[in-house]
Design a protein around this ligand. Structure first.
Ligand code: ATP
Ligand code: MG
Length: 564
């Protein structure tokens, strides 16, 4: 049972679990949980935690719970609860019947607080937030005891019951653990366990409660009640671990999960804090949580990422304790690798230039069979209509070749239309400003789909039939921020000052192969020579096709960086 499957990279947490199993701990059980707070959508950083927790449960034949850490009702709502479940499922993980809410335990959490009070280990404190802060001391200075610290058990029990009954206003009182105001660990300086919050309707418990437990108090108890063995969280909780242990050591519960910390994922050119992502949404910098530029799971899905590519990414970045800033290129490479293998090929013209094939009959329409994938015959072929008028991309024509590398079409030159004929450009039509608006070409009927002997045409370009193609809008995305770590620049600027104004470029009047009219959201294609694209699941319709570029064909970004 403790054996790792071969394709899963080991990490220090899996090594700890192996050791624990060898030592016979937890009766050989492995139980993890993923505990999101429903105050926003999940992002790629959460995916790291999901893949770690659910992945461990899968590999060790254990279990992983999905638990909403819902102790902050004024920031949480049911939209987030639903979106999170949707995203975890989409990533390919299943919590079966183990969906929990910290709010399921409000009654027990209350009883344990009563137990702490009875044992003289917690008290009701009347200091306000400001005072609590100033009494807390600093890293160098010890804190000061609250004047309410020595209230009798009876008085504390009475006040706590009245807090629960709604007798006091928000902020008038809190319950604090009685630990040590001089502890070198500030988290142990009588941390708050309960606070009063009136007038909020909790998405699960409605108006049943007006006192809410703090995260640091709720989390260890929820873990213990669920029989979690390994409670995995990010490094910022390392200093909270003594409190996690203190809580469990001082209440009558016979399960004591162990907390282990790993480093958060940071990704270049984006931000990962939910507060900042919320601001981007609320202040209209993006179109929503599922905007394809967002690092959210919903955004990546709409952008065309597959669950497999995100799981692959999480495997590649690994799990350690060191700080890291992962290059966006790593994430992009994961989806590129996946789509290179799995995405069928199609043709789409992003900047159309009309080509009239003057020696091709006006009423003729051929259905050419073109392979869906150059390396994978099993993906079959499709019919692509060919007619007298086609569109090619403006970038594939220049009157005069700028250099020898230019293998596309030039005035008087030849090029192959992918899967169709070799054409020659006989005449360049311009408007009154000298802009090229149309090409008149002739075709060589003997070159359909193949090169007759002795015929050397190097350039191959994509095209669509002008009469058969469907018009589409195509959205090209770039980094949301112009700086690799927008929230950590040393120039005193706010992360929002680094927003890239060109992160979305919309091309209208593009033309795509007719077969793409039947496209379904969730499918992704390689548009030959242009990149990987998917239908926009939110905005695209039968009347208006909208495609998102998932990723370019090559890592153009790396090239730019190197060129600097
Ligand atoms: P924020 O601090 O921005 O509000 P959070 O970490 O509090 O985010 P939660 O919903 O509490 O968000 O996170 C759920 C779980 O996902 C936690 O266990 C947390 O440690 C983990 N997690 C969150 N962000 C990352 C990240 N960037 N990398 C790895 N794990 C993460
Ligand atoms: Mg949190």
């Amino acid at each position: 049972m403790s054996q790792e499957t071969d394709n899963k990279p080991s990490n220090f947490i899996r090594q700890i679990i192996d050791e624990d199993l060898k030592a016979g701990k937890n009766q050989g059980r492995v139980a993890t949980r993923f505990p999101p707070e429903p105050n926003g959508y999940l992002h790629i950083g959460h995916a790291k935690s999901i893949v770690l927790n659910f992945g461990i449960a899968e590999d060790y034949k254990g279990s992983c719970n999905l638990r909403f850490d819902d102790t902050n009702p004024h920031k949480e709502n049911i939209e987030f609860v639903e979106a999170i479940q949707n995203d975890v499922r989409w990533l390919g993980f299943d919590w079966e019947d183990r969906l929990f809410y910290a709010s399921n335990y409000f009654e027990q959490l209350y009883d344990f607080a009563v137990e702490l009070i009875k044992a003289g280990k917690a008290y009701v404190c009347d200091l306000n937030a400001e005072e609590i802060r100033s009494y807390r001391g600093t890293l160098k200075e010890p804190g000061k005891d609250s004047p309410y610290r020595d209230r009798s058990v009876e008085e504390n029990l009475d006040l706590f019951a009245r807090m629960k009954a709604g007798e006091f206003e928000d902020g008038a009182k809190v319950v604090r653990a009685k630990i040590d105001m001089a502890s070198p660990n500030i988290n142990l300086r009588d941390p708050t366990l309960y606070r009063i919050r009136h007038g909020v309707i909790h998405h699960q418990t409605g108006e049943a409660w007006c006192i809410y437990p703090m995260y640091d108090y709720t989390h260890p108890i929820s873990d213990a009640l669920e029989g979690i063995t390994h409670s995995l969280c990010t490094l910022e909780f390392e200093d909270h671990r003594p409190l996690y242990d203190w809580i469990l050591d001082n209440i009558s519960i016979d399960c004591h999960p162990r907390q282990y910390e790993f480093s958060r994922l940071n990704l270049q050119y984006t931000v990962m804090s939910k507060r900042k992502l919320t601001e981007l949404v609320d202040e209209g910098f993006v179109e929503g949580w599922d905007d394809p530029r967002m690092p959210t799971i919903a955004g990546l899905r709409r952008r065309g990422f597959s669950p497999a590519s995100i799981r692959d990414f999480c495997g590649r970045i690994g799990v350690t304790k060191s700080d890291n800033l992962v290059e966006m290129g790593v994430l992009e490479d994961c989806i590129r690798t996946d789509l290179n293998t799995h995405a069928p090929r199609r043709m789409a013209v992003l900047h159309p230039l009309k080509v009239v094939i003057t020696d091709y009959p006006e009423d003729k329409l051929e259905q050419l069979d073109i392979a869906n994938h150059p390396q994978d015959e099993a993906m079959g072929t499709r019919k692509v209509p060919f007619s007298r008028e086609v569109y090619i991309d403006q970038n594939d024509f220049m009157e005069v070749a700028p250099n020898k590398k230019f293998k596309r079409l030039v005035a008087g030159g030849e090029v192959r239309l992918r899967g169709a004929y070799v054409i020659r450009c006989d005449e360049v039509i311009k408007d009154e400003n000298g802009e090229v608006i149309e090409l008149h070409c002739s075709h060589d009927a003997a070159t359909l789909g193949a090169n007759p002997e002795g015929r050397k045409v190097k350039g191959v370009i994509h095209w669509v039939s002008a009469t058969q193609a469907k018009e589409a809008e195509i959205r090209l995305y770039d980094r949301l921020f112009g700086h690799p770590s927008p929230d950590a620049t040393k120039d005193g600027k706010d992360y929002k000052d680094h927003i890239n104004p060109d992160s979305l470029r919309t091309l209208t009047q593009c033309y795509v192969e007719a077969s793409l009219a039947e496209a379904e959201p969730g499918e992704t294609w390689q548009f030959e020579r242009e990149g990987y694209f998917c239908l926009d699941s939110l905005l695209s319709s039968q009347d208006k096709l909208i495609f998102n570029r998932t990723v370019t064909l090559r890592d153009t970004w790396a090239k730019i960086e190197q060129g600097k």
